[in-house]
Each structure stands twice: as C-alpha cells, then as structure tokens.
Design a protein around this ligand. Structure first.
Ligand code: ADP
Length: 420
C-alpha cells in the first residue's frame, strides 16, 4: 500500500501526518517536541481503523501503558517522554513506533515524503522533487527564513537517510505567491535592493490559501480560474490573499510574516519610522525591537491580557483593552479585503480558515457586517456551526462567504502524488 508522510520540521519539533494515498485517508498524525532535550515528547494519534494495516493484532498493544483509547474506542493516542538528541533520532523513533503500533509493517510502505519548506524565494513557483540542487537552494534561502529553512532542510536529509527509496518533495509556503505581478510584490524602495538582495514580498501560509481557494471552487462548483476569491487565514498568524484567474494576485504578508493584519503577537503593518523612534527612546537593540514586534505586539500588545482570541472575546463587554484589540484586528482585515476587492474588480467568495476563521462566529460576523456594502451578509444560524466546510452566506448575499477548515498536510500529500 502506498503511504505518504507530510512533514513540518521545526528547529526543535517535528509535526507529521501519515496518509494512505490516493485515498487521502489519515492513518496517523503526531508531534515530536523538544528535540535535542532529555525530555523530548512524542505524541502519535491514530485511528483504530488504521491499526492492523501492519497485520498486527490489537491485543498485542493492550498493555502498553503509553496508549490511551478514546471513549468510543476509535482514536488512540500514544505518548512518551524520552531523550532525543536530533531530528535523525526523532524520525527513527517515530517510524519504529508506527511499526510497533501496527500502522506500518516496514518503512518501505512509505513511498513518498512531502516536506513543508517556509522560504522558496524566487526559485520555486511550485512544489518540486528534492534533488541535491534543490536542497542546496533551500540551504541558501535560509537568509529569508533563518529559523525555518535550516530545520526544514534537516528534516529532508533525515528522512532521505531512513527512507532512501521514497520520493522526497518540497512544498514551499511561498510558491503560491510567485504568480503575483511585480506591482504587488515590489516595495517602493530603491530598485537595486530588489536586484541585490531579493527585497520583495514573498508571502506566507501559501499552502493553506492554495488549499482553501481550491476547496472554495469545489464548493461553488466552478473552476477557480473563473472566480475572484479572498481567503482569510486567521490563526495565531494571520494573512489575507486575493486569488484571481486561479492564481494569487496579492497577499498581506511581505518579505517576512511580520506585516499585514494584526496577529496574535505580531504587529502587522507599522510605520517604519516609528520603529526607530521607539527604539531610540527605549534604548532597544534591533533584535529586542524585532522581538517586541514579533512576540509582544498584535492582540497581546494591544489588549495587554492575552494573545488568544478566545480570552479576548470572553471579556469583550467588560474590558476596554480587549475590545480595542478585537476592533483593530477586525478593522485591519476589513481594510485588506476592501483593498483586494478593488484590486480584483469585485469578489465572488470570501473564505474563513484557521483557528479563528474556522471557529469564531462573532469575529466572522463583525468582519461581514463591515463588508455589507459589498454585498456580504451571513446566515446567522449557519454562522454558528463549527469545524466543517460550510456556506454561511445569507440567501440574498451577493458574495458567498465560506468556512473551510484548512488542511496543509493534505495539500502536501497531494503534491507528493504528482511525483510518485
Ligand atoms: P496557528 O496559526 O498557530 O496554526 P491556529 O490556526 O490553530 O494557530 O489558531 C490559533 C488561534 O485560534 C488562537 O489565537 C485561538 O485563540 C484561536 N481560536 C481557536 N478556537 C477559537 C474560538 N472558538 N474562538 C475564537 N478563537 C479561537
């Protein structure tokens, strides 16, 4: 059987999903955290149905005290804490555990591995099979994503060692945005900085936006190339993307994921001069200032209480700062959507996705209310639903509003199929 692993390797963590392809059935998913520590944590969740694929019997596993079984007996969770020195060891342990748990018989069943890679620069406008030259480019692009690309490359190398026969595919967060026209990706700064350093907008969350834009077209039963769609990925990181003629036309994130709308802890757009003004007065180094803009701003910075939208909504009526943070959050999104409607000359569908987009009816309602002029209107009852693909637009709305749970792992696995 052909199984595909979708991998998201961070500097000290590794997220994975194992899927049966092309059936798109999720067999197992998991997370290894604190790689490099003596108390690394490995979690693997899997469906009871996925077991015995390896021909093992349930009762061989029953007395494994690391496994908890859900009340309905359908889902199981394996969890353990152990020393893991590096990504190679982490992946080795994970594959061995998938075998022990009866999810795979031997490693060779995994015929493809898709890797999330954060920065693809201008080199990659679609997913590619990993070759030596591709890996070298991913290494060289570390300048654009110093925390991510080296970890992504480490994940690729580690899997290649253990699964040398599996097809290895790199799926870039930025490739979806390589279709943007230069008037949208260039900053109005001296042109030589673009040619010398690649100083331009690259965008982020591309795999998520690509997935939900395509699902939106499926839901509306029209080819994506005939639709004008605005996708809103609202999670801890937030970005808005305009999709026209089946391609990304513009997006709110930039050279890095720091700009655009206000996020959980990232500032989004700020007047650059103000940054120097604050730095000077507070005596902050560049790194300290960047840390404040990345980790202490956004919802957290404005509300002073939390970066989590649920906490802020809970005190919306009683806490002025929480309300202010939410208003800024909503308003920034509305401004980007309005801008993209103008840029595309209209809009057929808006899509909400990620933690806030998928789960928060009040935030969706606030955004929709402010876009009423464009013909956006929600069906109140439909908007209360959660966690499923749903059309939440009112009957007479001129613009469709959809909620589509994102699925980057599935998008990665589908891309791997193209190279098998
Ligand atoms: P990430 O961007 O890290 O992948 P998620 O997409 O999981 O994050 O989104 C995390 C955010 O989603 C958090 O800020 C959390 O508050 C928010 N969120 C999750 N559920 C809800 C909810 N029911 N209402 C409002 N916000 C929610």
């Amino acid at each position: 059987m052909a199984k595909t692993m979708a991998v998201n390797a961070g500097s000290s963590s590794l997220k994975f999903q194992l899927l049966e392809m092309p059936a798109e059935q999720v067999l197992a998913q998991g997370l290894i955290e604190r790689i490099g520590m003596d108390d690394a944590i490995v979690t693997i969740k899997y469906d009871a149905k996925a077991m015995n694929q390896g021909g093992r019997l349930d009762d061989q596993l029953v007395d494994d005290s690391n496994i908890t079984i859900s009340k309905d007996g359908q889902t199981r969770k394996y969890e353990t804490v152990l020393p893991i020195k590096d990504h190679q060891q982490a992946i080795n342990f994970m594959l061995q555990k998938l075998t022990d748990l009866g999810i795979i018989v031997d490693f060779n069943e995994i015929t493809g591995v898709g890797h999330r890679v954060v920065a693809g620069g201008e080199w990659f406008n679609h997913s590619v099979k990993v070759t030596k030259a591709v890996l070298e480019k991913i290494d060289r692009l570390a300048d654009y994503a110093p925390l991510h690309n080296p970890a992504n490359a480490m994940g690729i190398r580690a899997f290649q060692k253990l699964l040398p026969d599996a097809v290895s595919v790199a799926v870039f967060d930025t490739s979806f945005y390589q279709t943007m026209p230069e008037e949208n990706y260039l900053y109005a700064i001296p042109y030589q900085y673009y040619t010398r350093y690649g100083a331009r907008k690259y965008g982020a969350h591309g795999t998520s936006h690509r997935y939900v834009a395509n699902r939106a077209a499926d839901m509306l039963r029209q080819p994506l190339k005939d639709l004008k769609v605005i996708t809103m990925h609202l999670g801890a990181g937030d970005s808005i993307t305009a999709v026209k003629d089946g391609k990304a036309l513009d997006t709110s994130m930039g050279f890095t994921p720091l700009v655009g709308v206000a996020m959980a802890t990232r500032s989004g757009d700020v007047d650059t001069s103000l940054i120097y003004y604050i730095q000077e007065r507070e005596g902050l180094t560049n790194d300290q200032m960047l840390n404040i803009l990345n980790k202490k701003s956004g919802l957290l910075g404005l509300s002073t209480i939390s970066s989590d939208m649920r906490d802020l909504l809970a005190v919306y009526d009683t806490n002025d700062h929480a309300r202010l943070a939410i208003k800024v959050f909503v308003n920034r999104i509305v401004k980007y959507v309005g801008q993209y409607i103008a840029e595309m000359g209209g809009v057929d569908a808006l899509v909400f996705t990620a933690g806030i987009g998928e789960n928060s009816a009040p935030i969706r309602q606030m955004i929709a209310d402010k876009l009423a002029y464009f013909g956006v209107a929600l069906d109140e009852a439909a908007n209360q639903k959660r966690g499923e693909e749903i059309d939440i637009s009112a009957k007479d709305a001129r613009v469709k509003t959809l909620v589509i749970p994102t699925n980057e792992e599935l998008m990665i696995a589908r891309d791997v199929e193209l190279f098998k």
